[in-house]
Design a protein around this ligand. Structure first.
Ligand SMILES: [Fe+2]
Length: 384
């Protein structure tokens, strides 16, 4: 009875979230990054802020694809805030910003639960209205800004101005050469944390945001001969915001998480999974634009055990095999997924495309096949 009561009064309500507001990338060259996400990821640049608007430190481009919103920010002079982040980490995700209905309440709860403050609640204003913002620290140098934009109708945040897309994809869309969107939402954001600290971060999200454990992997489940990791997933009550958290596990050789932690110089966001309704069209368009995806051996598709487990999916397996798209199935349904190579020179941040058909999972059955593919790449870089 006590447990039932505890469950009913669990803390979702003290930290309600509407979803991921945006992901902020700090990069060495925002102009080129914005071009890359426009051409290779089919995103639309909708807003900008920089020296032309009186912001002397950064050029910032806002790109959207459906409900997904990225901000790429680059320093325009030495010593600008955030320039040290790029020096230390390379291009990376500095802010996983969450939209919340009540910034002050969410912030107060987080701080009372032990979160470190990065910015107390404050207002940003322009002629389009007011946005309330606060920020708290999470793993590494990553932060969660908490944003209430209900009183605002501008293109992004006060100070940003609308701008035209960087490239015009309309002719390619009209000609049937490209899908209207390559993806429409952020599905999950994965963090790599320090060895032995995953459970602390799971507890952090439980305590600070009322997130609950959604799924659990243990080392043996996702170990290959060389690479091993531990992973747990936390999510808000609505399952709109999902944060898998990885830590390296002891194995024969350096794991992919160790490689990330070394090259990112600490914990940080490892991959962003974006949701698509048509992974075939998305992968074809992205490949045509030069995006590199991880290879999957033909043996993966030819394995009779795997074929039996997968059953029928919406396209023939050959269609998946020719594109190296992975399949996983659980009691709720199935999912199709594929992972890009890292999107910067350092072997750190990468992307996942995911098409869900009922499954709420993360491709647990594919972890081993995936890691073996990653290890082949690690070996080529001399980091295995
Ligand atoms: Fe993922």
């Amino acid at each position: 009875m006590t447990q039932t009561m505890a469950h009913e009064t669990r803390t979702d309500d003290v930290f309600p979230v509407k979803g991921v507001d945006h992901l902020k990338f700090l990069v060495g060259n925002a102009k080129q990054a914005a071009h890359y996400y426009s051409t290779a990821f089919g995103m639309t640049c909708v807003a900008y802020r920089g020296p032309e608007q009186g912001y002397r430190d950064h050029a910032e481009y806002v790109l959207t694809s459906g409900g997904a919103r990225f901000v790429v920010t680059g320093a325009v002079h030495a010593g600008a805030p955030g320039a040290d982040h790029v020096t230390k980490h390379g291009d990376g995700i500095q802010d996983i910003a969450l939209e919340v209905p009540d910034v002050d309440k969410a912030y107060a709860h987080a701080i009372a639960a032990g979160a470190r403050s990065v910015a107390e609640p404050y207002d940003l204003k322009d002629e389009h209205g007011t946005v309330r913002v606060a920020s708290i620290a999470t793993y590494g140098d990553t932060v969660h800004s908490l944003i209430d934009r209900s009183g605002y109708d501008g293109p992004f945040l006060p100070g940003f101005v609308s701008r035209a897309p960087i490239v015009d994809r309309q002719p390619a869309i009209d000609a049937g050469l490209q899908p209207k969107r390559f993806f429409q939402a952020v599905d999950h954001v994965v963090g790599n944390v320090e060895l032995g600290r995953m459970d602390e971060w799971v507890e952090f999200y439980r305590r600070v945001m009322g997130f609950t454990n959604m799924a659990e992997f243990i080392g043996d489940d996702i170990a290959t001969d060389y690479s091993a990791l531990m992973s747990k997933v936390v999510a808000d009550g609505t399952r709109k915001v999902k944060f898998p958290l990885n830590e390296p596990a002891v194995s024969q050789r350096k794991s992919q998480i160790d490689e990330y932690l070394e090259f990112y110089d600490g914990p940080g966001a490892q991959h962003i999974a974006v949701a698509t309704n048509d992974i075939i069209a998305s992968v074809d368009a992205m490949r045509a634009a030069g995006v590199q995806f991880l290879d999957t051996p033909d043996s993966y598709y030819e394995d009779p055990e795997l074929r039996a487990r997968i059953g029928n999916v919406r396209v023939p397996i050959d269609e998946l095999q020719s594109r190296k798209i992975l399949v996983d199935r659980d009691e709720d349904g199935y999912l199709l997924q594929i992972f890009t190579s890292p999107v910067q020179d350092r072997p750190t941040v990468f992307f996942e495309l995911i098409e869900r058909h009922g499954s709420l999972g993360f491709g647990k059955g594919n972890f081993k096949a995936l890691f073996e593919a990653i290890e082949r790449e690690q070996e080529r870089r001399g980091n295995l």
